[in-house]
Write a protein that binds this ligand. Structure first.
Ligand code: 13P
Length: 254
């Protein structure tokens, strides 16, 4: 059975003080909830990774970064490399979040290159895919998602690397808007993603964790997380309060 992942993408939020409180709250709550089938992850801004590592340690809550550079080192002002993330014992890294794609011009090729760099460094990439509202309205949802996935599969020369990767379906129109996809809308895309992988490798497809993201809150989580192909959530706004984030994890019922 696939485990759930409940992951908080804090985006560009937090202060030293608020991050300390949030980390302590999540660490304590995750131990208390002690859900055997939930993996907890937080994705703080880079500057808080040190505090995150020190606070979470071996608590069982994992952490990762929101982005990484495709380059190893050198004159790339403002960039952060995979080896730097390794030094802070990040286990995961987000790749191709829609805000990176739309606000910072990351195209499918760059996202695929970053995915490869993450894998080569032993980091687990969480590959984010999803359509815009205009694309959904034109009936292009699955075409867009498959294009985004296939750019990575092509560069990776197959799906093998997805044995150590996670996929997150985040419809762009649902992110930060309060409009989450219905459980059925999300399930439809998740099932299509799994089917795409099963055409390459049925065993891998069956164990691949596919997360949903987009305005997930504790009151909407239960119905979404009950869907058979939804294996957890990538949560933005609602991950900034420990109690709300933990409550989403509590609604995992497989
Ligand atoms: P919200 O939960 O704030 O909609 O953000 C979702 C997201 O982008 C997580 O990566």
């Amino acid at each position: 059975m696939r485990k759930y992942i409940i992951a908080g993408n804090w985006k560009m939020n937090g202060t030293k003080e608020s991050v300390r409180t949030l980390l302590e709250g999540i660490k304590k709550g995750a131990v208390e909830i002690n859900h055997p089938n939930v993996e907890w992850i937080v994705f703080p801004p880079y500057v808080f990774l040190d505090a995150t590592e020190k606070t979470l340690g071996d608590s069982g809550v994992a952490w990762g970064a929101q982005n990484l550079s495709r380059e190893k080192s050198g004159a790339f002002t403002g960039e952060i490399s995979a080896s730097m993330l390794q030094e802070f014992h990040c286990r995961y890294v987000l790749v191709g979040h829609s805000e990176r794609r739309t606000l910072y011009g990351e195209n499918d090729d760059l996202v695929a290159a970053k995915f490869m760099v993450a894998c080569q460094a032993g980091l687990i990439p969480v590959l984010c895919v999803g359509e815009t509202l205009a694309e959904r309205e034109k009936g292009l949802t699955q075409a867009v998602v498959m294009r985004q996935l296939n750019a990575v599969i092509r560069l990776a020369g197959g799906v093998e690397l997805f044995n150590q990767a996670v996929v997150a379906y985040e419809p762009v129109w649902a992110i930060g808007t309060g409009l989450n996809a219905t459980p059925e809308q999300a399930q439809e895309v998740h099932a299509a993603i799994r089917k795409e992988f099963s055409q390459h490798d049925a065993v891998l497809a069956d164990k691949l964790q596919i997360l949903y993201g987009g305005s997930l809150k504790s009151d909407s989580a239960q119905a979404i997380l009950a869907m058979p192909d939804i294996d957890g959530g990538l949560i933005g706004g609602a991950s900034l309060k420990a109690e709300e984030f933990l409550n989403i994890g509590k609604s995992c019922n497989r």
